[in-house]
Each structure stands twice: as C-alpha cells, then as structure tokens.
Design a protein around this ligand. Structure first.
Ligand SMILES: NC(=O)c1ccc[n+]([C@@H]2O[C@H](COP(=O)([O-])OP(=O)(O)OC[C@H]3O[C@@H](n4cnc5c(N)ncnc54)[C@H](OP(=O)(O)O)[C@@H]3O)[C@@H](O)[C@H]2O)c1
Length: 340
C-alpha cells in the first residue's frame, strides 16, 4: 500500500481559553483517524453546521483540536475495503464527518467505507459539492412533500431562508419539478437571484413572523420548506392549507416551537422532520441518483456558487454566522482535478 504524504494542509480548530481559533496548518497525516478508506479531497463546502463547528459547538464537535467539513467529494487515495480502489471518485456527506471525526477542510480524510457513496454518473466532483449536504437536504425536503402528496396543482409553496444553501437549492428543485414557489428572504437585494433560481414571489422575513398566539392563520400555502425554525416555522404551520405539509430542517431563527396542535387536527397539516446526516445508506444512494439525474438543477456548475480556497474559509464562515452568506460556498482543495 502506498504511503501517505507525511503532512497535509488543513484548517484546525483549537481552544483558546473559552473561545476557539481556526488556523490553516500542516497536520501530520498519522494524526488522521483510523478508517478503511483514505480520500484525497477535491472539493468541500461550507454548511451552517460547519460554521457552528468552528465555534466548537458542543452539539457538533466532540473534542478539540478539530478539523471541520461535513462534505467531501474526492478521489480514493488508498483503500482497505474491496468496494473501493485508488482513483475512484466518491462523495461523503454527513454521518460523523466533520463532527466526531475530522472532516473535509483538509487535503485527506480517513473514513469508514460504509459512509462512501460512489460519485453517480451525471455529476462531477465540483457539482457534487455545489449540492453537498445542502442539496441532499433540499432533496429530502422535496421528497417529504411528495410523500405527503403535495402536488404542483395544490397551490403555492413557501421556502424560508431562501438565499441560503438549503433554501436556494430547494427553490430550484421545486421550481424545476413544476411547483410555484414563494421565497422568504432577509436579503431583498438578492430578489433577482431568487427569481432566476425559480421563485415566482419574493417575501420579506416579516411576512412569516406572526407574533400573535392565534392557533391558526388564514390558509395561504400548499406547504413549504422551512430552513430556519422558530417563529417562521410556527407561522408556516398555522398558515398551511388543508392537507398541506411543511418540511422542517433548520434552526437559524430558533430551535423552539410554541403553538397549538390545531393546524394538525383541523387542517390535517403535516410537519415533516428532515435529518440528513444519518439518512440510511440505500436511501442516500437513491437521493444522490435523483440529484444527478431527474432532479439535477439546470446549469448546476454555475448555480449560485462561490468557490474559495481553504485560506478564505474563516472569512466566509463569519459571513454565514452573521446570516450574510448566500447560495453555496464550495471549497476547492489542491487535490481537485485540473479539468473539473
Ligand atoms: N436537518 C438537516 O439534516 C439539515 C441539513 C442541512 C442544513 N440544516 C440546517 O438548515 C439551515 C440552513 O442551512 P444552510 O447550510 O443552508 O445555511 P445558510 O446557507 O447559512 O442559510 C441559512 C439562511 O437562513 C436565513 N437566515 C439567517 N439567519 C436568519 C435569522 N436569524 N432569521 C431568519 N432567517 C435567517 C438566511 O437566508 P435569507 O437571508 O434568504 O433569509 C440564510 O442565508 C441551518 O439551520 C442548518 O443547520 C439542517
């Protein structure tokens, strides 16, 4: 078996008193965790969970020092598992990557073979990371609406946190599937961007910030994708029409839900939880196939993406934590193939 390079570049989060610090540094590759397969990362991305990991969030990071990065697309460097051979192009998203196990903001990752999804035909490594956990989660939200029989004919859907990674990809996938989508955003200046992603209506966050304690609001939406939680999620659930469904995946606006059960009992509204990290393997592969095929966003290679190097990650993490990031931010590593 080929030896690994003695050192790799990576972003390492360390503790400094009661704060954390993230620095680009050389990591001895012998410090990589044990794993069946070592992958040379070509692209990673920044997700909200990664941004929290840089702060040492105890619900995400088990111990410091830590290398964040919950998304990886890359090339197998060495493998002790018969399913993978050096040179294979693969994706790893979720599980414990970038959480309990060092993640993809480094040149190499070492992971259990069971976490790996072969890159489906129809996607290249860069496109896979434009999607990443955000696209995977958006697809799960759309599947949840479909499972609840929400169809394009039922009326307009609403997507909150629409300029974010999950939000923008939800808007695009829903629009491509023929749904009418209203996009809720705090960034009015990005309205044109949202329209080109497929939104037919742009709403300010205030439109879904009902602070009354009314058990139900006038029925307005056939359903929605909520990326933010808190008051917007409470507003969506209370203003969804009879038989509609809301897929909930995020918490940037709050983790609490204070409301009555009346929308569920009187309108048959469904609240669908979406949890992508531990999505079972067979389902995971099917979702990636959908994303590489029928559901692949048109012009994915140019879809609302900012491409950066490892050294720029701290700046973009700060933007995300301040709610100022938009679209997808992908991280190109030195292992990215020249042609992709
Ligand atoms: N359940 C899962 O499996 C799963 C998977 C992936 C992500 N997530 C969660 O989904 C959410 C979005 O993730 P992401 O990676 O797409 O993050 P992101 O790119 O930072 O997007 C979040 C968006 O939410 C909006 N926002 C930010 N702060 C807000 C606030 N205080 N109130 C209301 N809206 C606010 C912003 O959009 P606008 O300016 O357009 O409003 C922002 O772009 C996060 O909570 C993340 O943890 C969950």
């Amino acid at each position: 078996m080929d030896a690994l390079p003695p050192r790799i570049q990576g972003l390492v989060v360390t503790s400094e008193g009661d704060r954390t610090r993230m620095q680009l540094q050389e990591i001895p590759s012998e410090q990589l965790p044990p794993g069946d397969v070592v992958i040379r990362v070509a692209y990673s991305s920044i997700n909200y969970k990664d941004a929290l990991a840089t702060q040492g969030h105890p619900g995400i990071v088990k111990r410091l020092p830590h290398v964040p990065g919950i998304d990886a697309a890359g090339i197998v460097e060495r493998s002790q598992d018969a399913r993978y051979r050096p040179g294979d192009q693969v994706i790893v998203t979720g599980y414990d990557l970038g959480q309990g196990r060092w993640g993809a903001w480094a040149e190499l990752i070492s992971v259990p073979a069971d976490w790996i999804v072969p890159l489906p035909s129809g996607l290249d490594l860069r496109e896979a990371m434009i999607l990443g956990t955000a696209g995977f989660t958006a697809a799960q939200c759309v599947l949840a609406l479909q499972r609840n029989e929400v169809t394009p004919g039922d009326g307009r859907l609403v997507v909150t946190g629409a300029t974010g990674g999950v939000g923008s990809l939800s808007v695009r996938i829903l629009a491509q599937l023929g749904y009418e989508v209203a996009a809720v955003t705090g960034k009015a200046h990005l309205a044109d961007r949202l329209r080109s992603a497929g939104a037919v209506e742009i709403l300010d966050r205030e439109a879904v910030a009902d602070a009354s304690d009314r058990p139900m609001l006038s029925a307005r939406w056939a359903g929605g994708v909520d990326c933010v939680g808190g008051r917007p999620l409470m507003t969506l659930l209370r203003s969804t029409k009879y038989g509609g469904a809301v897929a909930a995946c995020g918490l940037v606006a709050g983790a609490e839900l204070h409301m009555t059960v009346y929308p569920f009992l009187l309108r048959g509204v469904s609240l669908c939880g979406v949890a992508s990290a531990d999505c079972p393997y067979a389902r995971r592969v099917k979702i990636w196939q959908l994303l590489a095929g029928e559901w692949k966003p048109r012009d994915l290679a140019d879809f609302w993406v900012t491409e950066i190097g490892l050294e720029q990650v701290p700046t973009y993490v700060d933007r995300m934590l301040q709610g100022k990031a938009d679209g997808r931010i992908i991280v190109r590593l030195p292992g990215a193939p020249a042609a992709s």
